[in-house]
Write a protein that binds this ligand. Structure first.
Ligand SMILES: [Zn+2]
Length: 411
């Protein structure tokens, strides 16, 4: 098995790679410089490497020395459109930042490719390394599925795993996941309210869209508490409002945008219907029109029970029992790795990476311009992914042997 000592030797290379990517972040589906760095870091390994036809993805397949099925490991590579304020010496100096830690995911996946390549002869099957662009709202996972990542090794993989680093909320160095739902499904909400503009001194002659929109935004949180059971979780956040140009002018229209997060289709459907109903009813009361658009954004990330158990075993055995904690409740963040887990049993694993001297309760969270990730964790993440893949292939090989014995006994 790839030992911690083995992976420690990779640590310096992984930190260098991660910081190069961090200094030079790229957005969306087209990541030419990041892709070049990944390809250079994989050069010389015994991999079948393919780049995306229309997107900046990299898919690499390692053929094990023994026959068997494939497992998939995924790392995303894209950054976010915000200016970094961390002050670290490898900070990006652009309007783009790796504030979600995808630079660490990329480096850990490169590390896993190195570790598994070293033990290729002993692997009972193949490993697909999925370097994904466009996780932050550009459907990168779905695009890679369209381009064939699940068939990269031949038959579809029997299991899929991904790590997401967390700059806050979770203790440093601790791997966390759970059976079932881990992350939420999400919808994008856009409501356009149209009325009749007019003079600010004569609202009775106008149809005031700001007043109507304000009533809707005020009512929606109440809908949430009356729709979702107290033991369940859901979120409804309005993050943008656009209307008006002067304090004494009633504008013709007001638009607000938000996000819905949920974990079950029942809650999703109830929220979608409730939001539309609240906006329609309030619009009616104010004599304005409301167009409500709810666009599906991401499906919930749901772990397979057995794969979540394997994650717990591997994390504890590899790095010690204190390095694994079960996630008590799913988070309301979303992840497009759900596209993979909708098709392949697997698990999404969270890894606490706030700096060791920081308090996870107050450290800046992912997506903050102040988020700092401790890259001393890279070799542990890489060895965890490598061990998870090889262990899963061993399990498949031993269950095949048992199945063959049962068959020969019965014949
Ligand atoms: Zn992310």
């Amino acid at each position: 098995m790839p030992t911690s000592i083995e992976s420690q030797a990779l640590q310096e290379d992984l930190v260098r790679l991660r910081r190069e990517i961090h200094r030079d972040p790229e957005l969306g589906l087209d990541l030419p410089r990041t892709r070049r760095r990944v390809l250079d870091a994989l050069a010389g390994l015994p991999l079948e490497v393919a780049v995306g036809r229309e997107i900046g993805s990299v898919t690499a397949v390692l053929r094990g020395g023994r026959p068997g099925p494939a497992v998939l490991l995924r790392g995303d590579m894209d950054a976010l459109p915000l200016a970094e304020l961390t002050g670290v010496d490898y900070a990006a100096r652009t309007e783009t930042m790796h504030a979600c830690g995808h630079d660490l995911h990329t480096a850990m996946l490169v590390g896993a490719a190195h570790l598994l390549s070293r033990r290729r002869e002993r692997l009972s099957g193949d490993v697909i390394f999925m370097f994904q662009p466009g996780e932050e709202g550009q459907d990168g996972a779905a695009r890679m599925i369209e381009e064939g990542v699940l068939e990269a090794a031949g038959a579809p993989p029997i299991a899929a795993y991904a790590i997401h680093v967390m700059s806050a909320r979770f203790p440093h160095g601790v791997f966390t996941t759970r059976r079932g739902a881990v992350l939420a499904g999400g919808d994008l909400l856009r409501v356009t309210v149209r009325g009749k503009g007019g003079h600010g001194s004569a609202p009775h002659l106008a149809r005031d869209t700001i007043a109507a929109a304000a009533a809707m935004i005020g009512a929606l949180p109440g809908l949430l508490t009356r729709t979702v059971a107290p033991q369940d979780t859901a979120v409804l956040t309005i993050g943008a409002i656009h209307a008006g140009s002067a304090g004494n002018v009633i504008p013709d229209s007001t638009e607000f945008r938000g996000t819905l997060r949920w974990h079950t289709p029942q809650i999703r459907d109830a929220l979608r219907a409730g939001v539309s109903g609240v906006c329609r009813s309030i619009a009616h009361a104010f004599g304005v029109d409301a167009e409500t658009h709810i666009t599906p954004y991401v499906s919930p990330t749901v772990n397979d029970d057995a794969e979540a158990d394997l994650v717990a075993d591997v994390a504890a055995e590899l790095h010690g029992p204190h390095r694994y904690q079960e996630l008590a409740q799913p988070l309301c963040a979303g992840e497009d790795f759900s596209n993979i887990l909708d098709r392949v049993p697997g698990a999404m694993v969270l890894l606490g990476t706030c700096p060791p001297e920081a308090d996870p309760a107050t450290a800046p969270d992912i997506h903050s311009p102040y988020a700092v990730f401790d890259d001393a964790i890279l070799s542990d993440g890489a060895s965890f992914l490598a061990e998870l893949a090889s262990r899963r292939l061993e399990i498949a090989a031993s269950s095949n042997v048992i199945a063959a014995q049962v068959l020969s006994d019965t014949v």
